[in-house]
Design a protein around this ligand. Structure first.
Ligand SMILES: [Mg+2]
Length: 248
């Protein structure tokens, strides 16, 4: 069994600016007028981390109960903003086709590993009818630190009877933060340049695989399978030679 954990923004979908606008509107509703003196780079950060960064920029203190309020207000704003942006929000090329193929293969379980809140993740995916492919998820509402999310995803899989080691997990994302959180937990990473980072920029962070986009669906499936094969082979090799293997 292999657990594939997909990021959402920049990897599966593009929200046409609805996500960032919704978080600004949520803050405005919660705190009154809010200033944005410099653009905040949101890619790869969890929604809670972005929320706290915006508070810091505005010299605002997080109050008890604020996160609960954010969880109530932000999804409502996101629904509104997604309606407003219309076709500017879209799935990335061949994403639906890839998920359809993957979900039919018994060796894979599909999950989410995203900085979105659990609710906003599902809102974004439902909009493009992609929600049904994912059995489980680890979200920004589970922990503000993305590095903690692979362990949460593995625990959730275990609770559903899907027992995997970190080497049987793959994180698919569009930013260096996705690659780092995979590496931090000993998980394979696949980077895709449909977000703000180019193939060249992503390569610098040494993901196991990197793609311009996910349009070569069969090539993606073949290569992701081979990651697991390399991992198995290296374990056998190590047992035989008792030597640390580079690929595992
Ligand atoms: Mg992303």
């Amino acid at each position: 069994m292999q657990l594939l954990l997909f990021d959402i923004d920049g990897t599966l979908t593009h929200s046409g600016g609805a996500g960032s606008r919704a978080i600004y509107l949520a803050l405005e509703q919660m705190y009154g007028m809010v200033r944005y003196p410099k653009p905040v780079r949101m890619a790869g950060k969890t929604d809670v981390a972005i929320f706290r960064e915006l508070l810091r920029i505005n010299h605002l203190q997080e109050r008890p109960g604020d996160l609960d309020e954010l969880y109530r207000v932000y999804p409502r704003m996101l629904r509104r903003c997604l309606r407003e942006v219309g076709d500017k929000a879209h799935p990335h090329p061949a994403v639906a086709e890839l998920l359809r193929k993957l979900v039919r293969l018994p060796e894979f379980t599909l999950g989410l590993l995203t900085g979105n809140l659990a609710e906003t993740a599902r809102i974004k995916l439902t909009r493009f009818r992609l929600n049904r492919y994912f059995k489980l998820g680890a979200y920004g509402s589970d922990n503000a630190d993305r590095m903690k999310l692979p362990a949460i995803a593995r625990r959730r899989a275990g609770e559903m009877g899907i027992r995997v080691s970190p080497r049987q997990m793959v994180v698919i994302g569009d930013t260096p933060r996705d690659i780092a959180c995979a590496r931090g937990y000993g998980v394979r990473s696949v980077a895709v340049a449909t977000g703000p980072y180019s193939v060249r920029q992503l390569k610098r962070h040494k993901p196991d695989l990197v793609y311009k986009d996910l349009s070569d669906t069969d090539g993606f499936i073949r290569q992701v399978k081979s990651l697991l094969v390399v991992c198995r082979a290296s374990r056998v090799e190590r047992q035989r030679s008792n030597v640390e293997c580079k690929t595992s």
